[in-house]
Design a protein around this ligand. Structure first.
Ligand code: MHO
Length: 214
């Protein structure tokens, strides 16, 4: 299945905005977001897990195509969809409002957009820090809302040979957004019409998603 076929210039964004289930669905619904994963980052403890995340933060990792979605749009979505003030300190760093930049260009963009947002919203308590390591969360946390719909997962597993392949697909990211109510099937269908895949694949995917029993 090649719905997540990679273009050359994809960027990785790692952000924390509270419990990672919902932001994975929020960003998964957005055109230009190619893949999503949830996990732990930003801390120093080794091999964090959900039950034992040490000083790490719940984060969402996005693989984005900057030709299709801008950092401005992504970060406006980030700040408009969580409260970066009073989650700090709660349960240690689990729900820290956090942006981990992967390179200098990203650091510069994050700081520029943060300053601009602060002109509207006042000072933002979001921490900016260099990215180090992303530790993926357990499978049950990946595409959490999609997994509330066993028929959707069963139908998708006819397209993808492993859990990992399914979780890495653009289609599963979008359907996770549908499951949480961030995207309609109709809008998704229109977007799939624009994907750089064959007509046969489009027909196959669209007919599959129309058959899902939600
Ligand atoms: N325990 C909370 C948050 C989960 S999130 C992965 C809940 O059940 O909603 O931190």
């Amino acid at each position: 299945m090649s719905d997540n076929q990679q273009a050359n210039n994809l960027h990785t964004i790692t952000l924390g905005m509270g419990c990672y289930w919902s932001p994975e669905a929020l960003f998964g619904a957005m055109p230009g977001v190619i893949k999503t994963r949830v996990g732990f980052a930003g801390g120093t403890s080794h091999e964090p897990t959900y039950r034992n995340m040490g000083d790490h933060t719940e984060t969402v990792e996005l693989i984005v195509d900057p030709a299709l979605v801008s950092y401005d749009t992504l970060l406006e979505t980030f700040w408009n969809n969580h409260n970066p003030y009073n989650i700090n300190g709660y349960k240690d760093r689990q729900y820290q409002s956090l942006l981990l930049y992967h390179d200098e260009e990203q650091e510069e963009a994050f700081r520029r957009i943060k300053s601009r947002m602060e002109r509207d919203k006042g000072s933002l308590d979001t921490e900016l820090a260099p990215f180090q390591t992303f530790y993926p969360a357990e499978t049950r946390h990946q595409k959490y809302y999609l997994k509330r719909f066993p028929d959707a997962v069963a139908k998708l597993s006819t397209l993808y040979t492993s859990d990992e392949e399914l979780e890495n697909s653009t289609l599963a990211a979008r359907l996770n957004g549908v499951a949480k109510g961030f995207l309609s099937l109709e809008r998704l269908q229109h977007e799939i019409d624009q994907w750089p895949i064959s007509t046969n694949e489009k027909v196959q995917i669209i007919s599959l998603i129309r058959q899902i029993r939600w």
